[in-house]
Design a protein around this ligand. Structure first.
Ligand code: F6P
Length: 321
């Protein structure tokens, strides 16, 4: 490998910069030149590329967002769009592409490789933690901390007003963020898309909490749970008559300086991605699990479902009495 390209794509995640930095510095150490692609796959087929050296990534490890910018590309979904992108990479004499992103981005990388033979390595960068083949994704730990900080604050006002707070967290179709935040935030109940339990049960839970002397409650709802936080809040308000408020945390969960776990994970996976390309690997995502680096075919990262931690789900219930 003499020259590789790196891009970030899809929703930004804290720690993406640490991953870009690790790619650039590892490659440079190995005598490989790095080209950064701006605005993900959208920028790739428009030819938005520039050489990146180790100094270009200085002072970035602590910064949220992505210095390369990102986008959700529509053009990339067409074979013509991908062909244009592949031609740009060939024009730039790129021998391999490192894609930092989530499953949408990995779809793009997978088809680029299948159709045009350009080796692609994926680095899991999404707050949702929904990729099979890695215990955690870059950005997840920070998103959980950010959401937890908000939950703690909402608890202060909820307790003061003796209200029920129903808080919606991100995660797309997955409940990983919700589950961690519920346990760490001491929530009375958590709703995740992985469990189809009906919303009706929450009325009894809240009534029982009141009977036990709890004047306020925190309920966490993953955005992927049918009806979202509003649906849960409506059920509580009409079933109990208690004062209920909804708080949707939204994109705040994607911002901020990455916590140490995300910086370390990003650094290790960025390094591993370069070594994987050098080893002749292609079409795989580098992940971390079982204490080491794992390689998973890109298509398996979205075809196989990563379940939530069922022990933790049980723990959330046990501790909410
Ligand atoms: O995948 C990351 C994520 O933040 C999800 O949690 C959320 O559902 C989605 O992206 C929001 O996407 P957008 O930023 O395009 O509104």
């Amino acid at each position: 490998v003499r020259r590789l390209a790196v891009l970030t794509s899809g929703g930004d995640a804290p720690g993406m910069n640490a991953a870009i930095r690790a790619v650039v510095r590892t490659a440079t150490q190995q005598g490989i030149e790095v080209v950064g692609v701006r605005r993900g796959f959208s920028g790739l087929h428009r030819g938005e590329l520039a050489v990146l050296g180790p100094r270009d990534v200085a002072n970035t490890i602590q910064r949220g967002g992505t210095i390369l910018l990102t986008a959700r590309s529509h053009t990339w979904r067409s074979p013509e769009g991908r062909a244009r992108g592949a031609q740009v990479l060939r024009d730039w004499n790129v021998d391999g592409l490192i894609v930092i992103g989530g499953d949408g981005s990995f779809h793009g990388g997978h088809y680029l490789q299948e159709e045009h033979g350009i080796p692609v390595i994926g680095v899991p960068g999404t707050i949702d933690n929904d990729l099979y083949g890695t215990d955690h994704t870059i950005g997840y730990f920070t998103a959980v901390e950010t959401a937890l900080d908000a939950v703690d604050k909402l608890r202060d006002t909820g307790a003061s007003h003796e209200r029920i707070f129903v808080i919606e967290v991100m995660g797309r179709h997955a409940g990983h963020i919700a589950l961690d935040v519920a346990v760490a935030g001491g929530a009375e109940e958590v709703f995740i898309p992985e469990d189809a339990k009906s919303v009706e049960g929450v009325v009894e839970i809240v009534k029982a909490s009141v009977a036990k002397g709890k004047a306020s409650s925190i309920i966490i709802v993953a955005e992927g749970y049918p009806g979202g936080a509003q649906g849960v809040a409506d059920a509580i308000a009409s079933g109990t008559g208690l004062e209920t408020r909804v708080s949707i945390l939204g994109h705040i969960q994607r911002g901020g300086a990455p916590v140490s776990s995300d910086r370390v994970l990003a650094s290790r996976l960025g390094e591993a991605a370069v070594y994987a390309l050098m080893d002749g690997q292609k079409g795989v995502m580098v992940g971390r699990g079982g204490g080491g680096i794992m390689y998973t075919p890109l298509h398996e990262t979205w075809e196989k479902r990563k379940d939530v931690n069922r022990d933790l789900y049980r723990c959330a219930k046990t501790l909410s009495i």
